[in-house]
Design a protein around this ligand. Structure first.
Ligand code: TYM
Length: 323
């Protein structure tokens, strides 16, 4: 099993990132897993250079703080491994404009922004390059990345058919609960870094007071019945699913233990505070030693690079580029 996944350094890491992806990364870590801080992807947004630098450093520390072990898994920074951008170009020359404009995330973001950059359109091809460079068999992601993953599979199959066997066809690992954590203020849309919803987004480094406040104010409904039912009770079901993800109990089973929303919210807030506290403490310790963090990143970069270079060379030569 070869695992690869990525996360963007484009802002604070929220509960959706943590439950939808990072907990699975930690669970699936082994010597053949690769986890990238995908800084090149963040350039598709209008991000301030100083902020990107700060976010990238903090995200590397966060990956170790949530439990990735540098002695086991490879944690690296995408832009430090040149074949990502190189393979992305080769794949762009096999992808069609139509299939990229059909990507739901592109359509949503392009609509919101009015005018958009070419990078926003080609972003899923860069993601495909990230995955295919490592001959990845499994990609742990949240639900919102399914379509991008499907594109990576299609591009790989197309390339293999046209130029000969080059890439492994990857599969997604999407968690049964927590794959789609919704906004606490609007449970019809997913919790997101890019949508501005300060009280609807719970960041993993929020203070205990903020966590309590956000959970207490989370939108539910007025029928007073504690039940797990996404159609009738999306707000409450979101809270139950979050609770389930951090306790490994079934959402319906948790619901059965409560008669009042207030009690459920208060226990959930306590459980979240206790889950996130040690992560924050490890993060602070890691951030206090930048030299050590830099060392860990270059360790990861150096492990990732030869794997990526080998696949890139093979793909380039298959396409007719002279070495
Ligand atoms: P990104 O940075 O937006 O999110 C990182 C991971 O968090 C998951 N996620 C969620 N899961 C559940 N509920 C939510 N509300 C929620 N919001 C985000 C995402 O599904 C993702 O797994 N394109 C990717 C990054 C990427 C990548 C890759 C992923 C680049 N290259 C290669 C896998 C493999 C992205 O923007 O994720």
């Amino acid at each position: 099993m070869r695992v690869l996944s990525g996360i963007q350094p484009s802002g604070a890491i929220h509960l959706g990132n943590y439950l939808g992806a990072l907990t699975n990364w930690v669970r699936n870590q082994s010597e053949s897993s690769f986890y990238a801080v995908v800084d090149l992807h963040s350039l598709t947004l209008d991000i301030d250079p100083e902020e990107l630098r700060k976010n990238t450093r903090e995200l590397v520390a966060t990956l170790f703080a949530v439990g990735l072990d540098p002695a086991v898994a490879t944690v690296f920074v995408q832009s430090h491994v040149a074949p990502h951008a190189q393979l992305s170009w080769l794949l762009e020359c096999t992808a069609s404009y139509g299939e990229l404009t059909r990507m739901t995330q592109f359509k949503e973001k392009a609509e919101r922004q009015g005018s958009y950059r070419v990078g926003l359109l080609t972003y899923p091809v860069l993601m495909a390059a990230d995955i295919l460079l490592y001959q990845t068999t499994h990609v742990p992601v949240g639900d919102d990345q399914r379509q991008h993953l499907e594109l990576a599979r299609n591009l790989a199959e197309r390339f293999n058919n046209r130029f000969g066997q080059t890439f492994t066809i990857p599969e997604g690992i999407v968690p049964a609960v927590g794959a789609r954590v919704m906004d606490l203020q609007d449970p019809t849309r997913k919790m997101s870094k890019s949508l501005h919803s300060p009280t609807g987004t719970l960041n993993i480094y929020d203070s205990p007071e903020d966590i309590e406040r956000k959970i207490k104010r989370a939108v539910t409904d007025n029928d007073g019945d504690v039940a797990f039912d996404w159609t009738r009770k999306p707000g409450l079901s979101n809270l139950l699913e979050i609770f389930s993800s951090i306790t490994d109990r079934e959402p319906a089973q948790i619901a059965a233990g409560y008669t009042r929303y207030g009690d459920l919210k208060s226990d959930l807030a306590t459980a979240l505070i206790e889950t996130l506290r040690p992560i924050r403490e490890r993060f602070e310790t890691l951030m206090a030693d930048q030299a050590e963090l830099d060392r860990l990143v270059s360790l990861g970069d150096n492990r990732a690079r030869p794997v990526a270079e080998a696949t890139y060379s093979l793909a380039a030569s298959r396409m007719g580029l002279v070495s």
